[in-house]
Design a protein around this ligand. Sequence first.
Ligand code: PLP
Length: 409
Amino acid sequence: MLVLNQNVTRETYPPELARILNVEAAEESRAWLRQWDQLRQGETPLWSLRSAAKRLGVAEVAVKDESVRSTLGSFKALGAPIALIRLVRRLWPAENLRAADLFRGQHHALLQDLTVISATDGNHGRALAAAARSLGCRCVIVLHAHVSAEREQAIAAYGARIIRISGNYDESVNKAARLAAKNKWFVVSDTSYDGYEDIPRDVMQGYGTIVAEVIEQTTGGRADPAFTHVFLQGGVGGLAAGLASYFWEYHGEHCPRFVVVEPEQADCLMQSAIRNAASKATGTVDSVMAGLACGEASPLAWKILQPRIDAFQTIQDSDAVNAMQWLASGCDGDVPIVAGESGAAGLAGLVALLKDKKSAEMIGLNSDARILLINTEGATAPSVYADLTGVSAAQVLKRQADYLSYPVA
Ligand SMILES: Cc1ncc(COP(=O)(O)O)c(C=O)c1O
């Protein structure tokens, strides 16, 4: 299903939104992230899928591959560490703490009694646990009933204390807030709620690194972006807001069009578009796309998405699985890519949209379209990945290495 946004504007980036997210703060975050040894040195790949573009009848399909940003396996590695650094600097304003020193654990004595807590569907919690370990503070992660045991182990491996609840994601968010209030811990969440905006803003700001790299990796200018359309996965809306805001501020009225893709069971952003306010999902909020299985839109993210996103799309779990398989096989001679359930959702949305000619036309998806997809995660749940694709991530990486030695196209 596709819902066009009736409120979308083509104006330049408004000052009231620049007070929330802006390129300058994104660049500062990026400079800090370069100091964290948990991230790869240099940019992540921007793959061109020429055969996919040909098959889909568009001019270009490119995939920004966040699966290799770090061993944490997802783009979330860019958000939590920035929020944690900014939180610590706010808590100790007189100390003039440098990000590089914090990431190297040089202030662990100062931070050893600080506890941060968050609810997570997996990826954000893993990134927060890793950042907390680097800085030397304590971390508590609240997991809801649907988070798999292997995702739990991946978080616990970074030394976080895990609290399991029987409810869903939104209940885990409430539980984290209650525990924080009771114990004087600090919530470092990727979603905002009433009276809680600074930290989710900092998380989203960290994601701007992805766009900064894409712009450097392509030849398009400010008035002539390299891409006409960007497909962005939607959970609570943080990824979409973080990336769309950077593109918007940079390209102004020439900004590409954006399509936000969600599971049909967790359609909180589409519902927000229909109701013109940050809203709850209508479905069961249980999807194979674990990272996108969020029941409630982040109101802060919605402030950016409401005027900027051209269309909101829902897809089925089977669409995502087909896209994972397509990317893993390097179909028709494209580079094989490890894309997890949520990572492949952008391609899934594109494929589904192109099957519906009327909808595709309405948002200008034609043979001249140059599309950017973000592979937001690799095999973050390795056994789920192997079950759904029939191959392991290691096998796909081997295919990728072979392809890069002897490109087919
Ligand atoms: C792999 C992956 N992609 C996309 C998203 C969506 O991000 P957001 O919740 O900020 O919209 C998530 C969220 O956890 C995720 O883990």
